[in-house]
Ligand binder design. Structure first.
Ligand code: SF4
Length: 353
């Protein structure tokens, strides 16, 4: 059976099929990915109204692709106090955010209570706000720093009010590439184990893939299929988020930026391989809003949200630092031929525009 016959048959695709998909032209690939996307969501494009906060950029790790953490190229270390974070949210709730998305660097001096106490205080002041926080990399950092198990950290997160986990820290699972781009960070195996524990507690998370740096297409297929296997086991991933690598202000020295065709093919292949993760998110902060909208025709069904302020991708060159106004966001989705559906963090519908 060739790859087109396999796509037509609806059979589950394997690694060789995943590699063969890259040989198809963009429009053939897009046609099959779009069919799957429309069968599930018709012309709906999902988004949420959220606020990103990155409470500290002081990090014990040195990932070559990172432009966010304080180092020689970015000598501006900061750690926000709990009061500063709460004051920021006082402003954001005026814009009707339903989620705060918090990802930090691995700050050894901040203390476990600094990490956990903020969740508790957010829930006390904003009881209905969904707290999405702590990547598997952060959980692993906290567990090793404070001589605890990942499960103990997860229990503390739940006790203090974390509702769901973001998908960061996955980067690329291939061990050799991982060793080269982010040596010392959570291993692929541990990343998976942490999500497994989280899912077994009945909780949801997302999963990312950083692509467009030194990895190959085969590494992307391998990454996506490892996630599909994990989803078969634990079933708690809501969304897969391919993150387009940003090349400024870091130590990876990748000269060539990916073509739009390669980025769209990556979304399409993700949709075709991941038959068990419901949502494919084109995170506009890394792909640009225009390409994220086009990606809705190539398998993606979600754009993330209004964000308000973004520090990680914008430090590496993305044009996302100020977020997007809600009305602009809605206009862009509608003029692209899609129906904007505001969702909550767990993909329950809030409003169709
Ligand atoms: S990616 Fe995260 S863990 Fe790596 S250096 Fe940057 S802040 Fe630290």
């Amino acid at each position: 059976m060739n790859i087109i016959e396999k796509l037509e048959s609806g059979e589950r695709l394997n690694y060789q099929d995943g590699v063969a998909l890259w040989e198809l032209d963009l429009f053939t690939l897009g046609k099959y990915a779009n069919e799957k996307r429309r069968a599930l969501y018709e012309d709906k494009a999902f988004f949420n109204i959220n606020r990103h906060i990155n409470p500290t950029n002081i990090c014990k790790d040195i990932c070559k692709f990172c432009a966010f953490s304080a180092n020689r190229k970015n000598p501006n270390p900061y750690t926000m106090s709990h009061e500063e974070i709460l004051n920021t949210l006082d402003e954001s709730v005026k814009h009707h955010i339903t989620e705060v998305h918090m990802v930090s660097a691995h700050n050894k001096d901040a203390g476990l209570e600094w990490y956990m106490g903020i969740f508790r205080k957010i829930k006390e002041r904003f009881p209905t706000l969904h707290v999405k926080a702590l990547t598997a990399a952060e959980i692993n950092f906290l567990a090793t720093t404070y001589d605890m198990t990942s499960e103990q950290i997860i229990d503390l997160m739940i006790e203090n009010g974390v509702d769901s986990m973001p998908g960061g820290g996955a980067e690329i699972f291939d061990e050799k590439i991982r060793e080269y781009i982010c040596k010392g960070k959570v291993s692929s195996k541990k990343w998976m184990e942490i999500h497994d524990i989280w899912h077994k507690k009945g909780k949801k998370s997302n999963a990312t893939m950083l692509f467009g740096h030194v990895e190959s297409r085969e590494h992307r297929v391998d990454h996506i299929l490892r996630l599909r296997e994990q989803q078969d086991r634990s079933g708690g991933f809501n969304a897969f988020i391919p993150l387009v690598y940003q090349r400024s202000n870091n130590y990876l020295k990748v000269e060539k930026f990916l073509s739009s065709i390669e980025i769209l093919k990556t979304y399409a292949i993700s949709r075709l391989l991941l038959d068990n993760i419901p949502h494919i998110k084109a995170y506009w902060a890394t792909s640009t809003i225009n390409l994220a909208l086009i990606a809705q025709e190539f398998g993606a069904d979600d754009l993330d949200g209004t964000i308000e302020k973004e520090s990680i991708q914008s430090a590496a060159g993305a044009k996302s630092s100020g977020g997007l106004q809600l009305q602009t966001f809605l206009d862009l989705i509608q003029t692209s031929g899609f129906v904007p559906v505001q969702r909550d963090s767990l993909y329950n519908k809030i409003e169709t525009y």
